[in-house]
Each structure stands twice: as structure tokens, then as C-alpha cells.
Design a protein around this ligand. Structure first.
Ligand SMILES: C[S@@+](CC[C@H](N)C(=O)[O-])C[C@H]1O[C@@H](n2cnc3c(N)ncnc32)[C@H](O)[C@@H]1O
Length: 418
């Protein structure tokens, strides 16, 4: 009987196991149970730095291709920059796999992953960052050497067991004992079916195979159809042109086709960047006009009354924008010390109201602030455990500030710790 796959977003999955897997593959940062400690962030930064270097590299590798051939390369001598662009898994995919492996870590037992197809070793480096035992196989000696040089540069060479040889022979001589196998090479129908068949006996109970490029060619599509119909794999999930195969005790039989997240991470970041740039430019343009008006006014006042405009200055505020449970939270705050410093009572009164108001979007807050004479001085984003937080330093020109020394005030004889 032909098994049918059910298309779903990660949020729509009932099985807790698959929900967690899909959540870590496709969910945004705050839906993932992974602590991004400094070691992990540094490792990812280094790998991505190397990816950028390799994309610009002028190196060539003499490649012995044991796979299903290439649609990009016609010659044996291949440019490293082209391999980096066309052959390796993307950052998105490698990062998702890393998150899944971290989530699947089990205390007290080191889990094992095999990557079939090392290439330049960037995805291998991601796998190693998970803390799993990583083994990787590559048929081409020169390519494997290049990958080893890359791991040395990243400082992860000791975490990776690299073997050179053709998959068939390595598979035959191997004991197995893997929890996950990532089959990312030799995308040929019969070879894929043969490797998967052999792996059935080499995986740990409950282990998984992730087969890459299952829609790459007619043959690979057929291979996936066949695997889907094999009763041994009681649970499968298609994900970004790859297929997960599981034989899980107690799992309800299911065959899923995971949709991409509503908005891909890169698109989301680009949109966010566009919104910030657009809002900041609008704000700057509108406040430039206002600031010019204030300066002109101050100049006029100074000409008429030299005491009232002495020391024209700025008062400052802060705005934070972040997402919480799918809602945008905007927090605008001004220190109460402003009340005692500013002579511009109108600006102070409106600031108080702005500070108390619940804005529903960053755009709304920026527009309201700009219409009350506030400018954005600085913007930066921090990546917190709950997701990205955007910080804005706001300023407002005022004619005069009365000096205040909080440390001398009776009400505040001690400072607050920041
Ligand atoms: C798609 S690349 C691997 C990409 C890598 N996993 C990454 O994302 O960084 C596939 C690699 O598998 C190797 N390969 C293909 N068929 C093979 C075979 N039958 N035996 C050994 N290596 C093979 C190729 O030389 C190539 O470097």
C-alpha cells in the first residue's frame, strides 16, 4: 500500500517526539530548548567566518568523485569557493541539525553520529559543536585533507573521527552503533537504497537516518518512495529536500512532510533590518527638521534674552523592543530624574505619557516619539535567550538643563546598582 505523507507546520504535529524534532528544525530561537552558551556561539561564529573565507578562496582541489556526479563541476580540479557555494549544507540546515543534536543529548551517554560525505568539513564542525561523537566518511583523499586542515583551524579536530574510503567498503567493515546517520553523498537511487538497507542493522535502537537530496533527481525521488513504503520505517519526515527515517518502538505510524516556518529566519531578519532602517531614517529626517526649528528658536531667544537659553542640551530615554509569546513588546522609559532637570515642561509631560503608553509596534512608538521631538541616537540588537532585543537610545533637545546631583539629594543618598 502506498503511504501518504501529511503536510504540516511544526506547530501542528501531535506526536511529542516529532513535535520536538520539528520545533528544533523549524522553530524560531525562543521555541528551542537549547542554551546558547558563549562556547557554542563562538564555535558557530568561527565556522561561519571560515565559510566566508572559503567562499572567497582561490584554492583548487583535485577531486576524485565517487558520487552520482555533479551538475556544477565538469572537471576534476574544483574551486574551493564553488564547492563551498554549491555542495555544502547551508548554515540554516547545519544550525538546525546542531540544535536537534543538542536537544537529543542524553546525560551520561555520549551519542554517536555518522556523516557520510565530509566534503570541506563545515557541517561536520557543526555536528562536533553538539558534543556528540562524530564520525565522517569521505572518498576523496584531497578533500578529506582539506577538511582536516579546516578543523585544525577551528580547533575541533580532536572531536572528529575522519575516515577516507568509499562508502560501500567503509560500511562493510564498520561495527555501527550510531544514533543518527546523515547520508549526504552518493545521491544515486540504488546506492541510497543499499546504504539504508545496510544501516538498518547498524543503527542503535530508535536511531535515525537523514537522507539528503531526496528530490534532487528522478532516481532519488524513487528511492524515497521506496523507503516510504518500507514497513521497517514506521515514522518518516520530509524536511527541506531531505528525509528522516525512524524505526521507533511505540510510535504511532506517521509520515510527515514538514513545511518551512511561516517566515524563514533569513527573510525574517532581513524584514526586521528593513523595518529598523526605514523607521530610523524616517525618524531622523523628521527630527532633523524639528531639531533645526528648536535651534533656530534657541538662537532667537538667546538674542532676546541671554540667560534663558544658556547651555542648550539633551535629555535621554531608552526604548526596548522584543517579541514575547508572539506579541511585540515595546518598552519606553525615562528616568524620573528628568523631571528635576528639564525646563521644557511640555516635553517632560509628554514623555511621561509616552512612558506609560502601551505601544503595539515599534513603528507606532517611533512615530509617536518623533512627533514629540525625540530622536534615535543609537540602535543595537542583543541576542538574549528569549530572542532578539532591540535597544534604542532616544534624545530630546531642550533649551536648558538644571544641574542635578542625585548622590547629594536627600531622597537618593545611595545610588542604585545598574
Ligand atoms: C554533498 S558532499 C558533503 C557535504 C558535507 N556533508 C557538508 O555539508 O559540508 C558529498 C561528499 O561525499 C563524497 N562522496 C560521494 N560519494 C561517495 C562514495 N561513494 N564514497 C565516499 N565518498 C563519497 C564526495 O566526495 C563529497 O565530498
Amino acid at each position: 500500500m502506498k503511504r501518504k505523507e501529511k503536510k504540516t507546520y511544526w506547530r501542528g504535529i501531535h506526536s511529542p517526539f516529532f513535535f520536538d524534532l520539528a520545533r528544533h528544525l523549524e522553530g524560531g530561537g525562543r521555541y528551542v530548548d537549547v542554551a546558547y552558551d558563549t562556547g557554542l556561539v563562538k564555535a558557530i561564529d568561527q565556522i561561519e567566518g571560515l565559510r566566508q573565507d572559503l567562499r572567497r578562496s582561490s584554492d583548487f582541489i583535485e577531486v576524485n568523485d565517487f558520487g552520482a556526479g555533479s551538475r556544477v563541476f565538469k572537471r576534476k580540479s574544483r574551486e574551493v569557493k564553488k564547492i563551498t557555494r554549491h555542495v555544502l549544507q547551508s548554515k540554516r540546515v547545519a544550525f538546525s541539525l546542531l540544535r536537534v543534536l543538542i536537544f537529543w543529548r542524553s546525560p551520561g551517554r555520549s551519542k554517536k553520529i555518522l556523516e557520510m560525505g565530509t566534503s570541506l568539513g563545515l557541517t561536520t564542525a557543526y555536528l562536533a559543536a553538539s558534543g556528540w561523537d562524530v564520525e565522517t566518511w569521505e572518498g576523496c583523499q584531497q578533500t578529506a585533507n582539506y577538511a582536516r586542515k579546516n578543523w585544525k583551524g577551528l580547533g575541533c579536530e580532536d572531536q572528529i573521527k575522519s575516515k577516507v574510503g568509499i562508502f560501500k567498503s567503509l560500511m562493510e567493515e564498520s561495527q555501527g552503533g550510531w544514533d543518527v546517520v546523515f547520508l549526504d553523498g552518493h545521491h544515486d537511487r540504488d546506492a541510497t537504497l543499499a546504504y539504508v538497507e545496510c544501516l538498518k542493522t547498524k543503527l542503535n535502537p530508535g536511531g535515525a537516518i537523514l537522507v539528503d537530496d531526496i528530490v534532487w533527481s528522478k532516481g532519488m525521488k524513487e528511492a524515497w518512495e521506496k523507503l516510504l513504503d518500507d514497513p521497517h520505517w514506521n515514522a518518516t519526515m520530509k524536511w527541506r529536500g531531505k528525509g528522516w527515517l525512524f524505526n521507533r518502538d511505540g510510535e504511532i505510524e506517521q509520515h510527515l512532510k514538514l513545511r518551512k516556518s511561516y517566515i524563514s529566519l533569513s527573510k525574517f531578519n532581513k524584514m526586521k533590518l528593513f523595518t529598523i532602517v526605514f523607521a530610523a531614517v524616517t525618524l531622523l529626517m523628521s527630527t532633523q527638521v524639528q531639531a533645526q526649528g528648536t535651534k533656530d528658536q534657541m538662537k532667537t531667544e538667546k538674542a532676546g534674552n541671554s540667560t534663558s537659553t544658556e547651555g542648550a542640551s539633551k535629555i535621554f530615554g531608552e526604548m526596548l523592543v522584543f517579541d514575547l509569546n508572539g506579541k511585540t513588546i515595546v518598552k519606553v522609559s525615562f528616568d524620573p530624574i528628568m523631571d528635576r532637570m528639564g525646563s521644557d515642561k511640555e516635553a517632560l509631560a509628554s514623555s511621561q505619557q509616552i512612558g506609560n503608553f502601551k505601544f503595539t509596534s515599534m513603528g507606532q512608538a517611533l512615530n509617536v516619539l518623533s512627533s514629540h521631538g525625540w530622536m534615535v541616537e543609537h540602535v543595537w540588537t542583543t541576542l538574549e535567550r528569549s530572542g532578539a532585543v532591540q535597544h534604542f537610545i532616544l534624545s530630546h533637545e531642550v533649551a536648558k538643563l538644571t544641574p542635578v546631583s542625585p548622590w547629594l539629594s536627600k531622597n537618593t543618598n545611595t545610588g542604585t546598582k545598574g
